[in-house]
Each structure stands twice: as structure tokens, then as C-alpha cells.
Design a protein around this ligand. Structure first.
Ligand SMILES: [Zn+2]
Length: 258
């Protein structure tokens, strides 16, 4: 405990406050390596608990889109399709992406699925999990978060899964904050456009999302809450995103995922 706290204090001194990709100041208490480790651990658990879809056609389609997006951020990413009707997807630090087959009915083409994957990868790129863990650390002081990640069924493990953005699987709904959501929307839109996808499809994706679920909001919206300004904000950002896409196309980025 003592050494853990001194590591924590050290990390506060070294990385206590950083700036997000949109220029917002962020509280960042966890060493990046630990957040990555938690993401990897959470992903391992999810793969054990949720059936993985092995269909070649589906995997090829999702991989193709995810690869085009992650090529723009670099690093190595593992992409897994989960056979589950939940309308959901997530990305975890440590280079992990999960897409549920239920989402494929709502994201109706490559550009719409790229909207969701771009949004998820943007959450990782902007270190939102670290920020959430850091903000709640005052409450959870002294908790060994790495071991909590290994036991997602425990109380501490469940709240950690919520902070990492995969709590829905365990019945924990911990929505991203409004600030984090709109940051992920903007960064995600730029990201998918830079990969050559059509950013205009993001508008339709969010409309589909709002109308899916037959009265019940899809799981994705419970952790990625929408609000009335989301679509207007995206429309305002479109000219910039379309410019990015044009540049991407000039660089030969023409994704054609089927
Ligand atoms: Zn989100």
C-alpha cells in the first residue's frame, strides 16, 4: 500500500495535469502503462465471458474499418467481434476494440460503423479512462486497481469496468461526461474523415442510434449519452471534416470495406 501510494504521489507530480487533444486541461493521475494494463485485462475478461463471432465475412468487414481508423493513430490494435444483440462497441487503452454484432444492424454502412469506431478510439486517444479513474481516485483511495481489473465481478472491479467504459457488460452504467462525449465526437469525426470515410454519414448514424432499440435506448447511448446539441455540433464540424477527407483521398485513402 505504502509503495503504491508513493508511486501515485510520484505520478501526480510527474503527470498530474495534462492537456487533451482539444486543448482542455485534464487531471491525469495514473501512469499510462497501468491504464493500458487494465484495458488489456478487461478485454481478456470480456473475451472469456462473451461469445466471439468467428464469421469470416463479418470479421473482415469490421477489421477493414477498424484498421483504416487505427492506421491514423498508430500502434497495434486487436479487434474482436462479439456475438451479442446489444447495440454497442468500445475501445480500451492498451489497443483493444470490441464491436457487438447488434451494432451492425444500426450502423448500416462502412462510414456509419467508422463513426462509432472513430468515436471509441477518440475516447482512448484523449485518455478519458485515465481521467475518469483519476477523478474517482479520491473516493477509491488505496484501492489496487490492477487487481480490481482482474476480478470484474467484485465491487471494485465493477466500478473500474464502468470507468474503463465497458461497465454495461456487468450491469454498471457509468456514462461518459458531456465534455468527454463531445470531445470524442469531434476527434472521432476528424479521425474517420482522415481515414477517408464520409463524415456526413455520422449524422445518419446518430439518428439511427436514437431510433433503434424499440422504445428502449440502445446500450451504447446509455454509456455514451446523446443530447440535443450532438447533431448540430457535428453539422458545424462537417466542413472541416470534409476537408480532411478530401486531403485523405488525395493521399490514396479510399476505404472500401464490405
Ligand atoms: Zn462516447
Amino acid at each position: 500500500m505504502r509503495s503504491y501510494l508513493s508511486i501515485l504521489i510520484f505520478s501526480i507530480l510527474v503527470t498530474g495535469c495534462t492537456t487533451s487533444p482539444t486543448g482542455r486541461s485534464q487531471l491525469m493521475l495514473m501512469p499510462a502503462g497501468e491504464i493500458d494494463q487494465m484495458g488489456v485485462q478487461a478485454f481478456t475478461n470480456l473475451k472469456k465471458e462473451t461469445p466471439v463471432d468467428k464469421q469470416a465475412v463479418t470479421n473482415h468487414y469490421v477489421q477493414c474499418i477498424a484498421n483504416a481508423i487505427t492506421r491514423e493513430v498508430g500502434g497495434t490494435w486487436e479487434v474482436v467481434v462479439f456475438r451479442d444483440d446489444a447495440v454497442n462497441a468500445f475501445a480500451l487503452s492498451g489497443g483493444k476494440i470490441g464491436v457487438y454484432t447488434g451494432l451492425l444492424k444500426v450502423a448500416k454502412n462502412q462510414d456509419q460503423l467508422a463513426t462509432v469506431i472513430g468515436h471509441e478510439v477518440a475516447h482512448v486517444q484523449a485518455h478519458h479512462a485515465n481521467e475518469r479513474v483519476s477523478q474517482s481516485f479520491a473516493v477509491e483511495q488505496g484501492l489496487n486497481l490492477i487487481s480490481a481489473a482482474a476480478s470484474p465481478q467484485s465491487g471494485a472491479g465493477q466500478s473500474l469496468m464502468g470507468m474503463l467504459g465497458v461497465g454495461a457488460q456487468y450491469g454498471i452504467l457509468m456514462p461518459f461526461s458531456r465534455i468527454q462525449e463531445s470531445e470524442a465526437d469531434m476527434l472521432g469525426l476528424d479521425l474517420m474523415a482522415r481515414a477517408g470515410f464520409d463524415p456526413r454519414e455520422s449524422i445518419q448514424l446518430w439518428k439511427n442510434m436514437a431510433h433503434s432499440g424499440g422504445g428502449q435506448p440502445p446500450e451504447f447511448l446509455s454509456t455514451h449519452p446523446s443530447n440535443s446539441t450532438r447533431i448540430n455540433d457535428l453539422i458545424a464540424r462537417l466542413p472541416h471534416a470534409l476537408q480532411l477527407r478530401q486531403l485523405a483521398q488525395q493521399r490514396g485513402r479510399h476505404p472500401n470495406c464490405k
